[in-house]
Design a protein around this ligand. Structure first.
Ligand code: SF4
Length: 116
């Protein structure tokens, strides 16, 4: 999901919405309705844990992820870095594949944010 400054402001004003602010995106995970949170899919949460599993976050695939224009600049910078790395001559195929997967995820985020 993309969001402009107005969206961000609206979120800030609504106390009913659980919101975690991040450098790369905001997370609107709702503990009372966790369905669809990609970080929880096929994961075992620690006992008593009710929030998202941040280290398993998938901003390009989760409907709880909100990308603002400020975030988008960082994603574009990440895309640029990955493209430069992929230009490195004689990369081992496994490294090239890994970077390619990272690039796909980053470009998915950018594409989805641009569509809104
Ligand atoms: S995958 Fe990321 S955006 Fe989605 S609920 Fe988990 S932490 Fe939040």
């Amino acid at each position: 999901m993309g969001g402009d400054k107005r969206t961000e402001y609206t979120f800030l004003r609504k106390t009913r919405i659980s919101l975690r602010f991040g450098k790369l995106h905001h997370c609107t995970f709702d503990e009372n309705n966790p369905a669809g949170a990609r970080c929880l899919e096929q994961a075992t949460a620690p006992p008593g844990h009710r929030g998202p599993l941040i280290d398993r976050c998938q901003p390009s695939r989760c409907h709880n992820s909100v990308i603002t224009p400020d975030h988008l600049q960082l994603w574009r910078s990440e895309e640029h870095s990955l493209l430069k790395l992929l230009d490195t001559p004689k990369l081992p195929p496994c490294r090239r594949e890994q970077l390619g997967r990272q690039l796909n995820d980053v470009q998915d985020v950018i594409r989805k944010a641009d569509e809104l």
